[in-house]
Design a protein around this ligand. Structure first.
Ligand code: AMP
Length: 402
């Protein structure tokens, strides 16, 4: 079966067509600047193979529907395309950011599901409406095909109350659903399944700490294959230090900024989400630039690296305490997969807990799942590339095949 995976943003649509027999990517593309005077459409056919063929088009793309139709016209193009027509798509998988407490697993989209995603808009005001745009368009174009919503939050719905409740007045939870939800669930679940394969153990018997370090960062404690705690909270702002997001801060800082700097709540929100994290500390949010700057003696860049990796270590320690037995620690995403220094610093001094890196293995850059811990390490440490599109496609296939 061929599956179309859609990740619809407010002004962009990312998509992939996968052949699920071989799990190969037939095409991957991006429609950008929807609604602007000139939009951009990039599709790579047979990406990362000898036959890779990149096609770029610039044209006005008025809305998501036009964007999707433009992408399909490329996908079905008689010269470069990879499908004959839209009917070759057997199912469509949609990334949906917030499923609230309504969705514990990927779900076939029905009118009731659409209503529930809409009802969760207050929890993800930027993301859920954009995801809904993608769904509406795809339901229109692929009317006879099953559409599946795969939620970023679903994997974490197994968290116990003690992990997901904030110590706030209970009514905030009961009336307004203010609680921790967690995100990046599709990635953590995918990594957990891949780790179980490496450990040759059923996932349901694995205790893992999965460390997703990209532009957004999160860590999950997985007990017997289920998420029991995760670092992102009600919104994707809590926890680790991210590219531009602060992660954990004293909530009283908001009041301080308001009282002493006259900032209003919108400004504070923007600073915490867009001007903080690595960028806030040193002006750069790409870890490669930060390493270059450190090499040139930039002190703030060193502080940014230290603050991020120290926070990672604190969370790893906390999740070891949560889990007791840990079968593996796994790094993934842009930084987690590519940055040996961040991995080394995040685990530095943890030999006493049975964690010891093989510095040579850690330094190697490979695209395959790799063990980077030494033989003496009682807890293995892995690097496993995440693949959210494949994860969504696998989940979609599972749902449509019942
Ligand atoms: P992601 O959100 O998973 O796409 O990760 C994006 C982030 O990964 C970028 O902002 C960089 O900080 C980081 N990154 C990508 N490649 C490298 C690399 N080779 N070394 C260090 N960091 C990297």
């Amino acid at each position: 079966m061929k599956i179309l995976v859609i990740n619809s943003g407010s002004s962009s649509i990312k998509y992939q067509v996968l052949d699920m027999e071989s799990e190969s990517v037939l095409a991957s593309g991006l429609v950008e600047r929807i609604g602007e005077p000139v939009g951009n459409l990039v599709t790579k056919f047979h990406p990362d193979t000898d036959q890779e063929n990149k096609v770029t088009r610039e044209q006005r793309i008025a809305d998501h529907k036009q964007g999707m139709l433009a992408a399909i016209s490329l996908l079905t193009d008689s010269e470069v395309g990879v499908i004959e027509d839209a009917s070759e798509i057997g199912a469509v998988g949609h990334r949906v950011v917030h499923g609230g407490e309504d969705f514990h697993e990927p779900t076939v989209i029905t009118p009731e599901v659409l209503e529930a995603i809409t009802a969760n808009i207050p929890l993800a005001p930027l993301h859920n409406p954009a995801n809904l745009d993608g769904i509406t368009v795809a339901m229109d174009i692929f009317a006879d095909v099953k559409q599946v919503a795969v939620f970023d939050t679903a994997f974490h719905q197994t968290m116990p109350e003690r992990a997901y409740m904030y110590a706030l007045p209970y009514a905030y939870y009961a009336e307004d659903r203010i609680r921790r939800y967690g995100f990046h669930g599709t990635s953590h679940k995918f990594i957990a399944a891949e780790t179980a394969k490496l450990l040759r153990k059923p996932l349901a018997e694995c205790n893992l700490i999965t460390v997703h370090l990209g532009n957004g960062c999160s860590m999950t404690a997985i007990e017997n294959g289920q998420s029991v705690d995760t670092s992102l909270g009600m919104t994707p702002l809590e926890g680790l230090v991210m590219g531009t997001r602060s992660g954990d801060v004293d909530p009283a800082i908001h009041t301080f900024l308001h009282r002493n700097k006259g900032m209003d709540i919108e400004e504070i929100d923007a600073v915490l989400n867009k001007e903080s994290g690595l960028k806030g500390l040193c002006g750069m949010n790409d870890m490669r630039d930060i390493h270059d700057a450190i090499a040139e003696g930039n002190k703030q860049a060193k502080i940014a690296l230290d603050v991020q990796t120290y926070r990672n270590k604190k969370y790893i320690g906390a999740y070891m305490a949560v889990l007791g037995r840990v079968d593996a620690i796994v790094f993934t995403a842009g930084i987690g997969e590519n940055d040996p220094k961040v991995r080394e610093l995040s685990l530095q001094g943890m030999e006493v807990f049975g964690i010891q890196l093989d510095l040579e293995a850690n330094a190697q850059r490979v695209k395959q799942p790799t063990c980077i811990s030494s033989k003496e390490s009682t807890i293995p440490v892995f690097v496993i590339p995440t693949n959210e599109e494949l994860a969504i496609a696998r989940e979609t296939l599972q749902v449509v095949q019942g």
